[in-house]
Design a protein around this ligand. Structure first.
Ligand code: FPP
Length: 256
């Protein structure tokens, strides 16, 4: 079995990978850091904008695969609180792509029963992008097949600060006692408060860091890294990540 898996990781056999996947042991929640758009474009001597555009196609493919396999939640890092440091032109491109993604995909997402959510300080996004993301959230609010969380103006530390602020306000209003603040209660005040934590975090493009993503939620998440850039991370790469996940032993700090 081990040598078969090794062979599959060396060569690309999408059908074989799909057959090896145990459909009863898929992660419920997958998080992705969509990294490497710039390097993908640079290696092809293309403008960075085309790297982001190809990255948008990979997002479409990831959503389709999650819906097909029955993965319940997909959380993608689209724009961090630190990304405002990029040149204004690139920020405009990313916001334009977000707008375009919703414009083009919303009908299909809705018909596939995908619930779109934005997580982060979204109120600080440019108005056209914010209007589109709000429209997507309203239209798809009742959908049950797959929750697609798009992290926009998102930072893990900011999320924790926002949760602390909410809890502190409740305490100041006398609605909560400090002794009642538990891990469970804290988690409920995060942007993902009603969702289980990610089982699997995928980071393409070879970087081995967390980059301020879902800091609280990933305490026991399995981490998968690949050197493949996000624009090339299509169905078979995603299935390889799922297969690797299925060979992990999750102990949550205990013994097995
Ligand atoms: C990181 O690659 C990627 C981003 C900062 C943006 C991710 C955006 C998309 C995948 C497309 C847009 C989709 C939506 C829905 C907004 P990088 O530019 O940092 O790559 P590099 O490290 O190789 O330069």
């Amino acid at each position: 079995m081990k040598s078969l898996i090794k062979k599959i990781f060396l060569k690309n056999h999408p059908r074989e990978i799909q057959e090896l996947l145990d459909k009863s042991r898929l992660p419920d929640h997958v998080a992705i850091i969509m990294d490497g758009n710039g390097r993908w474009a640079q290696e092809k001597r293309l403008p960075r904008a085309l790297g982001h555009r190809a990255g948008m196609e990979s997002l479409r493919s990831a959503v389709k695969l999650c819906a097909k396999l029955g993965i319940k939640i997909l959380t993608v890092y689209a724009f961090s609180t630190e990304n405002w440091k990029r040149p204004q032109e690139e920020i405009n491109i990313l916001m334009g792509l977000l707008y375009e993604y919703i414009q083009k995909e919303l009908d299909e997402l809705h018909s596939e029963q995908v619930q779109v959510r934005a997580i982060g300080r979204t109120e600080e996004l440019p108005t056209p992008a914010l209007r589109e993301i709000n429209r997507a959230q309203e239209l798809t609010a009742g959908n049950k097949k797959l929750i697609l969380n798009i992290a926009l103006n998102y930072g893990g530390r900011t999320e924790i600060v926002d949760a602390v602020r909410r809890i502190a306000s409740l305490a100041a209003e006398g609605k909560i006692n400090p002794e009642e603040i538990t891990e469970d209660l804290f988690q409920k005040h995060l942007y993902t408060g009603d969702l289980p934590n990610p089982d699997l975090l995928i980071r393409p493009a070879g970087e081995l860091r967390i980059s301020n993503y879902l800091l609280w939620q990933i305490a026991y998440t399995e981490f998968y890294s690949t050197s493949v850039y996000w624009p090339d991370f299509r169905e078979e790469e995603f299935m390889k990540a799922l297969l690797a996940y299925q060979h992990r032993q999750r102990r949550f700090g205990g013994l097995m």
